[in-house]
Design a binder for this molecule. Structure first.
Ligand code: SF4
Ligand code: SF4
Length: 310
């Protein structure tokens, strides 16, 4: 039986949009945590485009089906052709028979799984069946176990799959008495981000100076505020657009958020990605790696030494 350890700390890494270098920061933190006493478990919560495994030498260990949604199924032998299901389906997912030989059919792609037709069918001819919407995986990396997932094209409810993959990561951490669960969150501010952030002890927001950088940061801060999740900020490519970095600094000061690191532009970072390694391992003395090491020191203090967030 699994035992729950309340000492597990959850750190979620987010940005208001993709392409801010969030996954590179996550990979560096994975590598650094592995060589500290806070080695943990890792979750890639971007179920639409998981890529943390690509930069952390992940090797698959397990694959599991993800049964997300449900869809209606009609048993023609029970159907008396009353047409009620066709009339009540608001998603036009029921197809009427074209001839006497045909039966009522469900168009799987249109069915939203609301089960109204199954509840109202006078013949009990409609049942609901679960659909496989994706897969989730456990992988081995040199830094610890990585849980990630893939939502099949066209499938919905990515937030539920994020919750699923996080739950299995958490169980693994608790089962192995690991102190840290590091979650590389999805881009944006939608449902998957909320699922990735649920229960987090701390969020690290990776911002990038640029025209939309401030706006993206503001949006993710508002989302996390709503769920009372503590936040700290780091700025990636902090030296390429000083005015943008200054604007981010002013915003965080105005609302009382701490910037725990500024990562300079570093040409070795894309090279580390091509080589499939965290920058902290690929080029440990590079400017970006040194900045991420500083960030890890600050995060450790906040998460484990009760330094709190100024
Ligand atoms: S509601 Fe039931 S009985 Fe009526 S047409 Fe649909 S499947 Fe057939
Ligand atoms: S489950 Fe809902 S969406 Fe699907 S066929 Fe029935 S009424 Fe339509």
């Amino acid at each position: 039986m699994l035992t729950k350890t309340s000492s597990l700390k959850q750190l979620v890494i987010l940005s208001g949009k993709g392409g801010t270098g969030k996954t590179s920061v996550a990979a560096g933190l994975m590598h650094l945590s592995a060589s500290s006493k806070f080695a943990g478990v890792f979750v890639d919560a971007d179920v639409d485009a998981a890529n943390l495994g690509l930069v952390t030498e992940a090797k698959p260990l397990e694959t599991h089906a993800y049964w997300g949604s449900q869809s209606a199924e009609i048993k023609p032998e029970l159907c008396n052709r009353c047409d009620l299901c066709y009339q009540v389906c608001r998603f036009n997912a029921i197809q009427q028979p074209r001839s006497h030989q045909d039966a009522y059919q469900v168009v799987d792609l249109l069915c939203e799984g609301c089960a109204v037709c199954a509840q109202l069918c006078p013949q009990s001819a409609i049942s609901m069946s679960k659909q496989q919407d994706g897969e989730w995986y456990r992988a081995h990396t040199p830094y610890g176990h990585l849980f990630h997932a893939e939502l099949f094209p066209g499938a919905e409810n990515s937030g539920k799959l994020v919750t699923t993959v996080k739950q299995f990561g958490k169980l693994f951490a608790e089962d192995n008495n690991l102190p840290l669960m590091l979650i590389d969150g999805p881009p944006g501010i939608g449902c998957p981000v909320i699922s990735a952030s649920g229960g987090a002890d701390l969020s690290l927001l990776v911002a990038e100076p640029g025209v939309s950088g401030i706006h993206d940061l503001e949006r993710i801060i508002q989302t996390l505020d709503h769920f009372n999740i503590p936040k700290v900020v780091c700025i990636n490519k902090a030296d390429i657009f000083p005015e943008g970095t200054q604007a981010i600094t002013e915003l965080t000061e105005a609302i009382g958020l701490t910037i725990i690191g500024r990562i300079p532009f570093d040409p070795l970072l894309p090279k580390s990605i091509v080589n499939g390694q965290p920058i902290t391992k690929f080029a440990p003395q590079s400017p970006a790696a040194l900045a991420i090491k500083d960030i890890w020191r600050r995060l450790k203090d906040i998460l484990f030494n009760q330094d709190g967030i100024e």
